[in-house]
Ligand binder design. Structure first.
Ligand code: SAM
Length: 197
């Protein structure tokens, strides 16, 4: 996999429409699963906030239940992507930082769900940074990770995702669920892992 490394390159990609494919209905299917897992967390822990690391254009935001989510923190290195976050009845904070640079502030006042959807590949220590973030706060946390699964046309994806699942398995996190979502049209699929501390 070759990845843009800087916010400027991601900005240029968003301006050029390189990530427009993320708006496809099939991509929404995996985001719907994530939104459902947020709702499940809120059902047991009460109203929560969602930290969406590498939120891109905030495609998860409209899928979240405004009765269950009090605040959405969209964290991304691309200003262009953050400018495109949709309007929402949920309070929205735009945080233009890389995962490795963000200190997790403002402190959560309610339980927090950290979503890392199709982002961890882009940070040299994505899993380590995720654990650092989660452990920096005292409120109950849920961590939701989505990684694309191997595809015959894209063998290098398997390598990146396998490494991430392995690192997540070795991290000081408890895996509490694993879900799979498939795009019947393209054969693409995604695995979504749910973790607690
Ligand atoms: C493939 S998109 C995923 C967007 C969205 N999370 C989704 O699931 O559709 C990756 C996003 O991560 C952002 N990104 C890349 N590296 C990052 C980093 N180190 N820290 C924060 N965001 C990053 C990019 O700007 C882009 O918006």
């Amino acid at each position: 996999m070759s990845h843009p490394k800087t916010g400027e390159l991601w900005d240029a990609g968003f301006r050029a429409g390189k990530y427009d494919f993320l708006h496809k209905e099939s991509e929404k299917e995996r985001l719907k699963v994530i939104a459902g897992l947020v709702a499940g967390f809120a059902a047991t822990h009460g109203i929560c906030e969602v930290v969406d690391i590498g939120c891109g254009e905030g495609l998860l935001l409209p899928l979240l239940d405004q009765r269950l989510v009090s605040r959405y923190l969209g964290v991304d290195i691309s200003t262009v992507a953050l400018e495109r976050l949709p309007a929402s009845a949920i309070e929205v904070l735009r945080i233009c930082k890389s995962l490795g640079e963000w200190d997790g502030k403002p402190e959560p006042m309610v339980p927090r769900v950290i979503v890392a959807s199709e982002i961890l590949y882009y940070d040299p220590d994505g899993v380590g940074e995720l654990v650092r973030l989660a452990t920096s706060s005292a409120v109950p946390q849920r961590i939701l990770v989505s990684c694309v699964a191997a595809h015959p046309g894209k063998p290098n994806w398997a390598e990146a995702s396998t490494r991430l699942w392995q690192e997540l398995g070795e991290a000081p996190l408890n895996e509490i669920g694993r879900h799979s979502v498939q795009d019947g049209e393209t054969g693409l699929s995604w695995d979504i892992g749910a973790y607690s501390l």
